[in-house]
Design a protein around this ligand. Structure first.
Ligand SMILES: Cc1cc2nc3c(=O)[nH]c(=O)nc-3n(C[C@H](O)[C@H](O)[C@H](O)COP(=O)(O)OP(=O)(O)OC[C@H]3O[C@@H](n4cnc5c(N)ncnc54)[C@H](O)[C@@H]3O)c2cc1C
Ligand code: SF4
Length: 292
């Protein structure tokens, strides 16, 4: 169950060359939102947009293909996309909201739909939740330190960052490639990520990541009925080329292996924290007066 429930898993890549050019992997997120927007399945999507600082994401409500294109690519630092969930339905007046998020954000979304405290009228307006795999995340300061201290290039000169094959990769606009072994980036990880038990966004309608498929392709889990409907329609419209996951390398076994490693390691941290009286998130348990 480390991969959650799903109806199908496959390898896929966008057929839209413009989207693919600036996407992180197979352009699944941007292409699926662009299709959903065109077809009226969503009327906007909450994504990690650009900001004044290089590689610092700012959540934005994308209302057009141009907005979606501007938000392509992975920013390895926190983009609090859930922050806009109420705004999307109120200020933007969306009735059918799309949202992309890392697994903890999709969990927060589902919790908000089940217990909509402060989220009146929002739960029924979530039309498409796309999850992206996530092993760990960083603060903006940490990403600055990783790139500028360890690779000696400026954040603004980068065109892409990536994590894979045991390394952090930084690609500059001028074609230089720097790598940092992940053992040097571990100390910068957000502590909350060390108690996170979801790697592949188990609660999304569709979830996707690069692990399991060759460069430029994505592994895609189609999870819910809603996800199955949108994905099926997008395939019928020719938005993606696909391959059975069994036919690509390294395949689903690697996704399973990494998910198992993340969950096993982080479960140990959860148990350790419980043993000395902390909740999983590191805060003290409900204070009890031992003298009463
Ligand atoms: C912190 C982090 C860690 C990740 N770790 C892994 C991993 O271990 N293994 C793996 O296979 N994949 C991982 N991914 C996912 C991977 O990097 C790609 O985002 C994913 O494959 C989607 O690629 P795409 O080409 O389909 O998306 P694109 O079409 O490029 O679109 C990406 C979408 O994600 C949004 N986005 C970008 N950064 C963030 C962010 N920080 N928070 C929320 N939304 C964001 C963008 O706005 C855009 O809408 C990670 C992503 C993040 C953000
Ligand atoms: S590792 Fe977990 S807690 Fe950390 S950003 Fe990713 S999904 Fe969220």
């Amino acid at each position: 169950m480390v991969l959650g429930n799903y109806k199908q898993v496959l390898a896929a890549r966008s057929t839209d060359k413009e989207i693919l050019k600036g996407s992180q992997d197979g352009g699944i997120v941007t292409t699926l939102f662009a299709y959903a927007l065109d077809e009226g399945i969503i009327d906007g999507a909450i994504v990690a947009g650009p900001s004044e600082d290089p590689w610092r994401p700012e959540p934005m409500v994308a209302m057009s293909r141009e907005d979606l294109l501007a938000a392509r690519g992975t920013k390895y630092n926190l983009s609090p996309n859930m922050e806009l969930i109420k705004e999307a339905t109120r200020s933007y007046g969306l009735d059918k909201v799309g949202i992309v998020g890392v697994p903890c954000q999709i969990q927060a979304l589902r919790k908000g739909q089940l217990y909509p405290v402060g989220l009146r009228d929002v739960p029924d307006k979530i039309a498409l939740a796309i999850g992206i795999f996530c092993m760990e995340n960083f603060s903006y300061q940490a990403i600055e330190a990783i790139v500028e201290d360890h690779t000696n290039v400026k954040l603004e000169s980068l065109k892409k960052m990536d994590i894979g094959k045991g390394k952090f990769w930084a690609y500059t606009e001028r074609g230089a490639v720097s790598t940092i072994p992940l053992k040097e980036t571990h100390k910068y990880e957000q502590p909350g990520c060390h108690v996170c038990l979801d790697y592949v966004a188990n609660l999304a309608d569709v979830s996707t990541g690069s692990v399991g498929t060759p460069d430029g392709w994505s592994t895609v889990f189609v999870r819910s009925r809603k996800g199955e409907d949108v994905w099926g329609r997008a395939i019928a419209a020719g938005c993606f080329e696909t391959k059975p996951i069994e036919e690509v390398k390294p395949g689903l076994d690697l996704v399973k292996k990494l998910a198992t490693e993340k969950i096993t390691k982080n479960q140990k941290t959860v148990d350790k924290r419980k043993a000395f009286g902390l909740k999983a998130d590191g805060s003290p348990r409900a204070l009890r007066n031992p003298y009463l």
